[in-house]
Design a protein around this ligand. Sequence first.
Ligand SMILES: Cc1ncc(COP(=O)(O)O)c(C=O)c1O
Length: 483
Amino acid sequence: MLKIPGKGRSKDEVFERLEAFRKDDVDWRSGRTWAYVYDPGPQAEEVIKRAYMMYLSENGLDPTAFPSTLRLETELVAMAASHLKGDDEVVGNFTSGGTESIILAVKTARDYARARKPHIKEPEIVLPVTAHAAFQKAAHYLCIKPVLVPVDPQTFKADPNEIRKAITPNAIQLVGSAISYAHGVIDPIREIGQIALEHDLLLHVDACVGGFLLPYFRRLGAPVPDFEFNVPGVTSMSMDFHKYAFAAKGASVVLHRNKDLRQYQLFTCATWTGYTMINATIQSSKSAGPMAAAWAVLNFIGDDGYLEIARQVLDATQRIADGIEHIDGLRLLGRPAMNLVAFTSDTINVFHIIDEMKTRSWYVQPQLSFGGSKENIHLSINPASVKWVDAMLADLRQCVELAKGLSTAGGDDAMQQMLQQLDPTTLTEETLGQMLAMAGIQGTGLPQRMAAISGLLNTLPPAVAEKLLTVYFNDLFRYSKPS
Ligand SMILES: Cc1ncc(COP(=O)(O)O)c(C=O)c1O
């Protein structure tokens, strides 16, 4: 077992080691990584880091002891609310990320229903299959049933008719995305808002990725429908600063139409022996660093700076979408409303394309097939990637040609049928380990080429894939001596 070093190490050694740990990480600074990091460039980065360090040790747990944190939070929430067309009634809180914002919005709906509709004993939330997995995580944590509904198979936008059909007397909340992560499209929030009003349901709009830049895209002339608080029926929204506002992680906001709703988000506890406990968020003690960094970056880049960033990424996205449509064998999934793009192929194994791109130091993200969305490749277009558009498209064209010579996904029909019949409840860890080994995974190491494992996950029934991933992660997060 690893032990705390007997004697403290020198500062130099500590930092050398930390630096060395990063050697295999994706090289996000290069702009060749099309997911995970939202890079505002070196000038803003300096401001973010300084603000973060300045507030590193202030504790957001108690705004009476640290009024600075209250000031930061209320200013951030007010800026977010006005950005999303909220009025003075809109309230909210700063959270650690989209997932926390979403869990809090679902908790609010659950506790609101407990108070206002106590006859509902088994609450349900209605989720288009394109809603972020964080809603299913929230449902899992909060003992709520997620009701998944199909989306339009061409546009990948939520289908109001399907939502309407899925509403039972147990429904408490509807969900729409602006934009959805997988396909980068905006759900018809106006129609969903109407359904929410007709059925007296809450409606959360997940604007974690889209909330910040969409209003700028609209100002630049892009066709962005209303998705904000000006839409009747919308009761809460989430928007991440740590995505397209380019703040440091974790920085997001959850907003409610009014205080009456927000009260159900709060947690208080007066039945213990310690300090007075009132938490607006899931985290209790928390560094004020992310909040200060978010405040700093909004103030540093400013409205005109964000408009300029939006202009650049909008142009780059259009060039990429057009470029992909001109590559033989590829097609877009949906029409991106912002700067997230998904594309697939009906003849080529897209997982090989991803591996080929990796050999040329591009990181592009695989997305598995589900609910009528074929397995595909996802790109998030960042300011740092704008300079790479032509080079990336040229490499993509070549990688598609190379992938044409490689196997198509999934194995033969007999194998497919066998995998489909697997029963997750009877699968042993040993069998799952053998499946991982067949896909080239030994222990917790990952192969250079991921097409086999992605292909396997793509073919397995979701419940089996989930079990396989659990087995893998359960081993991954254990210390093993570096070789
Ligand atoms: C639409 C959407 N909602 C929620 C989330 C969850 O955000 P986070 O990863 O910050 O928890 C994401 C993350 O990509 C997202 O794209």
